[in-house]
Design a protein around this ligand. Sequence first.
Ligand code: ASP
Length: 312
Amino acid sequence: MSTESLQPKVIIHGGAGLSLKDKGGKDAVRAALQGIVQQVYDSLRAGSSAVDAVIKGCQLLEDEPRFNAGTGSVLQSDGQIRMSASLMDGEKQSLSGVINVSRVKNPIFLAKELQVQTDRILSDYGAAELARELAIPPYDPLTDLRLLEWQQERKENFSKKMATVIAEERRGTIGVVVLDQQGRIAVGTSTGGKGLERIGRVSDSAMPAGNYANNLAGVSCTGIGEDIIDECFAARVVIRVTDGLSLAEAMEKSIKESQSRNRDLAAIALDHQGNIVWGKTCEVVLAAYHNGQTIGDSLDAATNDYIGVITG
Ligand code: ASP
């Protein structure tokens, strides 16, 4: 079979958490995720590279105010939005990203620009300078809903450790993992963070712990960033595949280890053979995929179903 004729694959997520707030919430999340999966899949079918398809998917998810990335990001303890995003090109095994950037519409575009630069991960001030150099217009990603939620938290004297967005007790970081028609893998992850965190806190989303790929597998994480970092989760799964485990085995082993340490996280992944997998230690992960035949999602998975495997 020529590499040109490979079947592209996509899996995306919009975060994870305890439970979806209500049925209407679930239907709306499903419609949003599935619509975006279809668009990313269509672009891969039309010949888009893995990297371009990931950027497109992240952009669409960042622009969907329901999710906690780009427009609709949660506010930090001081009432400001600071976003983080990264892009990893599995073919080049190259990560780029921004940490705690403000006033841009699509943090993933900055990660894209940084792929070709010498300094590939920039934090707040440097990321703002890059946006200015690129003449990216300033943009306020704040939505009325997020402001109201933050004001409510303030009334309650910030009794919660983090913001609640889609799923109870959790946010809605986004992630995209794809395999293109030439067998290349890319991954992107973008977040507004946990919400209510102290200024300067760094998310996992622009680290190899939260977003990692090589030529064999790619993984994007969501959940408590500190737990994802402690497990170095995304890189852990990819390295296990590199050392010979199947993607499902690598995910299962890594999730079980995380459960044994009471970590609160979830991840989506795919490999170069087109296998698609998700895993979670929490109740729900908001994931949707296109396997070349159909679109499916993880929204109805049982609480104790900690892994989903869609073989390629
Ligand atoms: N992992 C993100 C963070 O800790 C939050 C999330 O995925 O919900 O910044």
